[in-house]
Design a protein around this ligand. Structure first.
Ligand SMILES: Cc1ncc(COP(=O)(O)O)c(C=O)c1O
Length: 444
């Protein structure tokens, strides 16, 4: 089938691949795909290469990639590719528990420059999930070091902080439920079933009251931290009411709980700011970020911490510092990729561009709000969400769009468009047209 929503250009030097069937058979025999039913065949879409906001499959079909959670800077960007190659040729790795290297220092300094004031220290890990394990451990240890233990965490019931045992145990999402009990006491705040209810008058104060109740007033049972995502990705593509983060900051200030923000998805421009908390001028105690940090070129996550939390770690009774890390923490090649990515974000003003392009995309999608099967249209930065009345309908929309050369994501019954931030006006128009066509095609 023709791919009207993909602008077919010349891909950069694609490597010749074995024939499609060989790749598929190998995949089905040996690859265990993440978060996938065993009877699903992910090899049906096998990608070969990408350029800008397009990817090509092994049969040469082009797609506009609006499913790009991580690929904020697009595919095969020569500056990022060069930075990775040069760093790999110079010094690919040093264990940070033994030594340091230039790119990790420069990156940590630049993150401190972009983060809200006081968040001057960064621990690097390899994924958002690990970032949460570290952040939760830091928050609980912080209180232990102060001699006032607080083991409890307050968070969204539908939050998603990751797949490791600790990060997943914060959530009650069915996919995160595990056979093991949570290692920490957690108080979880429910959200309305319909995310659009969060735009009703009174929704903000109801949500903040629920958090206040969850935090409580018992001085012997206050939480170590309140952990939230500024936009709930896996938990239903939920846009939170403006003012929510500011309200949480005030609650944390009143009770001493640390405010830990999950900016794994929202940071580095996706939310329309470098960090989503900057939309409300909020200074968290800890920010965990990942995906856009290297634009998905190399795995890397950052746990960026306020000095007042960092400073308490001198009192750690075992090593007088942080008892956490991986041998690949702050990997030099990943740091070089992140520096090249930050260069692009700054030079091309990608956060501002995401805000403008996202507003344009939502304007174009607004007319879908009354379409058959569509229950809501919402968004934040360059994240556009078209909520439908069922998971089946959302799946059909994704399938039709893909047949027409447009890749989208599904979260529950919501269809989500997250193109690279380097997409152009023409690309945004193609995403809106492709999504509208797929909605109309699948109308009953
Ligand atoms: C908001 C949020 N937090 C945490 C994570 C976990 O990150 P990772 O998949 O890198 O472990 C994700 C992943 O999708 C996420 O969207």
């Amino acid at each position: 089938m023709a791919a009207p929503y993909a602008r077919v250009g010349e891909p950069r030097t694609p490597r010749p691949l074995p024939d499609a069937e060989t790749l598929r058979v190998r995949d089905r025999r040996h690859v265990w795909h993440t978060w996938t039913p065993l009877d699903a065949d992910r090899s049906a879409l096998t990608l070969s290469h990408g350029s800008g906001h397009h990817v090509w499959d092994i049969e040469g079909r082009a797609y506009l990639d609006a499913s790009a959670l991580n690929s904020t800077c697009g595919y095969a960007h020569p500056d990022i590719v060069r930075a990775i190659a040069e760093q790999a040729a110079r010094l690919h790795h040093a264990d940070l528990s033994v030594a340091s290297h230039e790119p990790v220092g420069v990156l940590a300094e630049r993150l401190a420059g972009h983060a809200p004031p006081g968040l001057d220290k960064t621990l690097f890990v390899n994924s958002g999930s690990e970032g949460f394990d570290a952040a939760v451990m830091m928050a609980v240890s912080h209180w232990a070091h102060l001699g006032r233990p607080r083991p409890r965490i307050v968070t969204f019931a539908r939050g998603y902080q990751g797949a490791t045992l600790l990060s997943r145990s914060l959530s009650t999402l069915p996919r995160n439920r595990h056979l093991l009990d949570t290692p920490l006491p957690v108080t979880r705040v429910e959200l309305p079933d319909e995310p659009r209810a969060l735009r009703h008058p009174g929704a903000l104060s109801a949500l903040l009251s629920a958090f206040e109740e969850a935090v409580g007033h018992d001085p012997d049972d206050l939480p170590a931290a309140v952990v939230v995502e500024p936009f709930l990705n896996v938990g239903g593509a939920v846009v939170l009411p403006p003012g929510f983060l500011r309200g949480l900051r005030a609650l944390c200030d009143a009770t001493g709980a640390l405010l830990v923000l999950d900016e794994v998805f929202t940071a580095y421009g996706r939310s329309g700011r470098m960090f989503a908390c900057q939309r409300e001028d909020v200074v968290p105690d800890i920010i965990v970020s990942s995906k856009g940090l290297t634009g998905g070129y190399v795995p890397l996550a950052a746990v960026t911490v306020h000095n007042r939390v960092y400073d308490t770690f001198a009192a750690d009774p075992v090593i007088g510092g942080l008892r956490y890390g991986h041998t690949t923490s702050g990997h030099a090649v990943a740091c070089a990729a992140a520096l090249a990515t930050l260069d692009m974000l700054e030079k091309l003003r990608l956060p501002e561009r995401a805000e403008e392009l996202g507003a344009c995309l939502l304007r174009r999608l607004a007319s879908l709000a009354g379409a058959p099967g569509v229950t809501d249209v919402r968004g934040l930065g360059l994240i556009a969400v078209v909520e439908t009345d069922s998971e089946g309908r959302a799946d059909r929309i994704l399938a039709r769009a893909r047949d027409c050369g447009l890749l989208l994501r599904r979260i529950g019954s919501a269809v989500v468009a997250v193109p690279p931030l380097v997409i152009d006006d023409e690309g945004v128009a193609a995403v809106a047209d492709g999504l509208a066509e797929a909605v109309a095609y699948t109308a009953d």
